[in-house]
Design a protein around this ligand. Sequence first.
Ligand code: EPZ
Length: 422
Amino acid sequence: MDRILIRGGRPLNGTITISGAKNSALKLMAASLLSDAPLTLSRVPALADVRFLGQLLARLGVSVEDEGAGRLRLHARDLAEPEAPYELVRKMRASFNVLGPLIAREGRAKVSLPGGCAIGARPVNLHLMALEALGAEIELSEGYVIARAPRGLAGARIVFPMGSVGATEHAMLAAVLAKGETVLEHCAREPEIADLADCLNAMGARVSGAGTDTITIEGVDRLHEAEWTVAPDRVETGTYAIAAAAAGGRVRLDGAEPDHNHALWDVLRRAGAEITAGAGHVEIARSGPIRAVDIQTEPFPGFPTDLQAQFMALMTLADGASVIRETIFENRFMHAPELTRLGARIDVRGNEAIVRGPVRLKGAPVMATDLRASVSLVIAGLAAEGETSVSRIYHLDRGFERLEEKLAAGGADIERRPEESA
Ligand code: EPZ
């Protein structure tokens, strides 16, 4: 298993190109199951999660062709047995999203329940509620969801009791081929949802309102061949922006969509960074001191939970105390003890962390615990004096494409080494 070695204390200066969004790409890939015609996606990030889902889709009968340069051609002409086994769903929760499309297309499916994960229990009750409302009969047996819709799915009005990105997307995926109109209310509004809706529409679906809290879907009989470019990754964009603020210097992020990160730009400015956004790019600079800012994670357009760990790393360097409140997942502070190993002063009480800065971070060996937590250690390592080695970086490889290459392009002293020689 590899490690990432960082010799910190150097400012970042340069240009980093933003990849396609992992959390869009995975749902767009699942959408390919809905059609017997090919779906070609561009700007698909080369990530472990994308590979895992590709393996699952191949097993379900989809021809998955990597055309290179981020182009992926998915063709679900004839499907195999609609069954997603535990070994493949366990590796990556987003695999669960194949359930809705399989029921919609095949009238039946057997998909493993994803189980909990490091950041929280992450139930799927809202996904199942939506699929049942569309007419699926669902039974839970031995860790699997066994679903049948012998007469096909039918449009319905579904009111979500709380905003859920995954459940909104899943309901949308299933409703596209349902008979009649589906109205989804109290939907999540994350940009990945609009990206999925736009891709489905390019395939011939009739989805409107994605990105607002009410989405309407007119069912269609079938979808057609389409090409779609995955939206830029707002979490990757935010991560490198926070890294630039932490390390100091000036970094330009090319291929980004600045409109997807307003909540972050606002807090970064308050923390002392300069942000200049233009069409398809954003520039972050910081030379003065970092100021403490309180944040609370919220559904879009609020401050994203997927940037909370990274922001905590920045706040360890800030002048004063900041309060970080996590409201989306119940166990998303695992980076706090690892940041403490680098010298941070953080008290976690329930869903609040109080970060007292400024400290001079010092390099140390640390361990990645989940995807976003691990990149917060990389950010702290960039700002720390001396050498930080981050182990268990398979977490990073799930969600950050060519991380060390991109940061090195921005001036960081960072490399990947095999564990044994590190
Ligand atoms: C998506 O997860 C993302 N994953 C997450 O990114 C992200 O943190 C999250 O949205 C919030 O933005 C993907 O897109 C693959 P939710 P998702 O359903 O869809 C509760 C990353 O690091 N809930 O909006 O699973 C749930 O427990 C990952 O890239 C239910 O109670 O998030 C949570 O508290 C981590 N029942 C809240 O809703 C349900 O059926 C929001 O979760 C579903 C969710």
